[in-house]
Design a protein around this ligand. Structure first.
Ligand code: GAR
Length: 207
């Protein structure tokens, strides 16, 4: 898999920052070719520019349809030779034009142990359900929200006095570790998808 990443964001971009840091300090042998946000006010765009990475806004409201927006995003990623797309707080469903352009090559990070608590406010959902353990999932993206074969999961303990923000901050620490690791796993190869399962060959898993 080619090691040029495209990162899609909608907001703060702390996971984008974790990926930037990992590519700069040698933990991740990859380069970020472009960062694309669907919102002009995403703080993450500024993080990218500060790091000298090309940063674009492709506003979904300017496209006549979801497919047109996805096509525009796919075009920009393709023009920059991106091999792996990382959704990092990108709050949009991904449609066929983008999925078809990057088969099994789009990752998403989500702040829960999927399939528990998909969608928005995963941390609040976990607290309200009363689970004792939650965590982080990095998975391949399919047409269904927060679905798709799971590449990596990390657990985070839930404390009795947690609020969504306090729990979210602890989950975020794990997100920032898990995302570069999942990207490395994808780029190193030696994996296959069997039905819902992301399976690593013995050699890749022990590397
Ligand atoms: C992260 O917690 C990420 O897991 C979540 O949005 C946040 C973005 O933060 N994504 C989802 O909930 C996707 N369903 P960031 O912009 O600081 O990386």
């Amino acid at each position: 898999m080619n090691r040029r990443l495209g990162v899609l964001i909608s907001g703060r971009g702390s996971n984008l920052q974790a990926l930037i840091d990992a590519t700069r300090d040698g933990r991740l042998d990859a380069s970020i070719a472009v960062v694309i946000s669907n919102r002009a006010d995403a703080v993450g765009l500024e993080r990218a520019r500060r790091a000298g990475i090309e940063a674009l806004c492709i506003d979904h409201r300017a496209s006549p349809s979801r497919d047109e927006h996805d096509r525009a995003v796919a075009r920009e990623l393709g023009a920059r030779g991106v091999g792996l797309v990382c959704l990092a707080g990108y709050m949009r469903l991904i449609g066929a034009p983008l999925l078809d352009a990057f088969p099994n090559a789009i990752l998403n990070i989500h702040p829960s142990l999927l399939p528990a608590f998909p969608g928005v406010d995963a941390q609040r959902q976990a607290l309200e359900h009363g689970v004792k353990v939650t965590g982080v999932t990095v998975h391949l993206v399919t047409s269904e929200l927060d679905n798709g074969p799971i590449v990596i999961q990390r657990t985070v303990e839930v404390m009795d006095d947690d609020t969504p923000d306090i729990l979210g901050a602890r989950i975020l620490v794990e997100e920032h570790r898990a995302y570069p690791e999942a990207v490395r796993t994808m780029l190193d190869g030696g994996w296959r998808v069997e039905g819902r399962r992301f399976v690593r060959s013995v050699n890749a898993a022990s590397a």
